[in-house]
Design a protein around this ligand. Structure first.
Ligand code: GDG
Length: 496
């Protein structure tokens, strides 16, 4: 069996001392699970910066996983990580053009670091290995590896949405970014919607096509693109919720909310998660339902994330103000409606918290998938399950039709859904939960990993497939650009 080499920006193997989680974030969770059963290597940035890049590899074995990390230079960190990844691609791919920085140095830093990643990774790759690159930080890795002669199968999975073509084209380097994706043998998206948006770009912007094998053809290359919705380790979650820590936390939460139903939100503090909209919706609920005010409380867990980026600092400030306003207006001397916590909890503690909550509010404005929605379902008591309120803009909404689906931009919809969730009878709660759990269990993280790896292995290897690739048709803009560079009569006509 060939080895699997997983490449991601950060490398966070699970740590039992932290309740089985290396760090907060959906990607880390999923990758730890992916490597648990495959022999292979997890390669990425150590999270440390040094004055000058050395390319020195640090190899360790953690919890059965071989981990290879490399340190980055401070400038790399600023331009590639804080810059192009988190100030350009993240906001743009979450439809926040207003927060997107189009800074040329960020793009250069992004290319430089991707090249450094590829160069450092190169000596680790053996002929039979398959390489699986993750997320928007590392799109050009395959292009760089190909330039160095690597012919192994290389796959890519995008954890965040692929946005509409009109948004992608606001990027000055959009063509190069998409071309870089065509060096992968397989590109995975979270949803059909993202897949279609990507295809839309390929067809309309670079006049690519789909061949009779379903491959996308453009830039003189071809690749396979498909949707692989990511899942959670549902079985593990259902088990840890029965463990001692989860039970203790559950009992504690129940004791604290004896006369009140607890609603929970768990998110990295990120503007894509719709935290402000959620709070405004909850405020509307309190306003519209004076009779229910004394019967509910909202626990919002929001560990800080990317707090060196201004947009995240601004969001934090706005949330502090909003929560202060709502608590000021609706608190009693012995009660505050919103408990807001900026720290992270262990995974097993989180499981107990989920189980004690009568409803979960998951309200992203855009989200590749959203694992919290799935974890909440996995942690419920089958005999008395809580209700999931889920944004239609989370990738998870495609699979989780039995949640109460809302538009997070509407405070009224959030308020109505809360009222409905809190008054829902046991029969309906069970019916909805069973359908949701069935999906969460079936389409879990193992299914995601196995489907992706199987599809990647099924791609033709080097020399296995000599089908001719037609070069893409010349775009009218290219003709115009060429003409402008020449001195002929065509050029004169164009300049005129
Ligand atoms: C990206 C995409 C996609 C949160 N707080 C704590 C904690 N968490 C864990 C949750 C969950 C994970 O972090 C968050 O995952 P999400 O999927 O909700 O969101 P992103 O971090 O934005 O993940 C997303 C995902 O990648 C996977 O492809 O679903 O759309 O944006 O697992 O439990 N974990 C612990 N303590 C906390 O306080 N232990």
């Amino acid at each position: 069996m060939s080895r699997l080499i997983v490449v991601s920006n950060r490398v966070n193997p699970p740590n039992p001392a932290e309740g089985g989680e290396g760090s907060v974030g959906g990607l880390a969770m999923a990758l730890a699970a992916a490597l648990r059963e495959y022999s292979g290597i997890w390669f990425g940035w150590s999270g440390k910066t040094i004055p000058e890049f050395t390319g020195q590899l640090n190899m360790q074995r953690i919890e059965g996983v071989t981990v290879a990390t490399v340190d980055l230079e401070e400038t790399d960190y600023q331009e590639y990580y804080n810059g192009y990844a988190n100030k350009t691609l993240w906001p743009l791919f979450h439809y926040r053009v207003d927060l997107t920085a189009y800074d040329r140095s960020f793009g250069e830093g992004y290319d430089r670091v991707n090249k450094r990643f590829a160069e450092t990774l190169l000596p680790l790759i053996e002929p039979d290995d398959i390489v699986w690159v993750h997320d928007y930080h590392l799109i050009p890795v395959a292009r760089e590896l190909r330039r160095m002669g690597v012919t192994n199968r290389i796959g890519f999975f995008l954890h965040i949405p692929w946005p509409a073509h009109q948004l992608v084209t606001t990027l000055p380097r959009h063509r190069a970014l998409v071309e870089a994706l065509f060096h992968y043998d397989l590109i995975g998206f979270q949803t059909e919607e993202s897949l279609q948006a990507f295809e839309g770009y390929v067809f309309s912007e670079v006049h690519g096509s789909k061949n009779d094998r379903g491959e996308l053809v453009a830039f003189g290359q071809r690749t396979q693109a498909a949707a692989f919705p990511i899942g959670v380790d549902a079985k593990d979650f259902a088990e840890i919720v029965q463990g001692e820590t989860a039970r203790k936390v559950y009992d504690r939460m129940m004791a604290h909310s004896v006369f009140r139903k607890m609603i929970v939100g768990v998110d990295r503090l990120d503007y894509s998660k719709g935290l402000e909209e959620r709070l405004v919706g909850f405020e509307r609920f309190l306003h519209d339902h004076p009779d229910l005010r004394s019967k509910v409380m909202l626990l919002q867990i929001a560990p800080l994330s990317r707090d060196e980026v201004e947009a995240y600092q601004d969001l934090r400030g706005r949330l502090d103000g909003l929560i202060g306003r709502i608590n000021g207006a609706y608190a009693e001397m012995d009660f505050t409606p919103i408990r807001y916590v900026n720290r992270s909890y262990r995974r097993d503690e989180l499981a107990g918290i989920y189980r004690a909550a009568k409803a979960a509010l998951v309200t992203p404005l855009r989200d590749g998938m959203n694992l919290v929605a799935k974890e909440y379902v996995a942690a419920q008591d089958p005999e008395d399950p809580g209700v999931l309120i889920l944004s239609r803009f989370a990738g998870a909404a495609r699979q989780m039709r039995d949640a109460l689906i809302i538009n997070p931009n509407s405070p009224e919809e959030i308020s109505d859904a809360l009222e409905r969730a809190l008054s829902m009878g046991l029969k309906e709660r069970k019916r909805r939960w069973e359908a949701l759990f069935d999906n969460v269990e079936r389409e879990d993280v193992t299914a995601w990993r196995d489907n992706f790896v199987a599809a990647l292995r099924a791609r033709p290897g080097p020399g296995e497939d000599d089908a001719e690739i037609k070069p893409p048709p010349v775009r009218s803009l290219d003709v115009a650009a060429k003409a402008l560079r020449t001195q002929g009569p065509e050029a004169k006509a164009m300049r005129a």
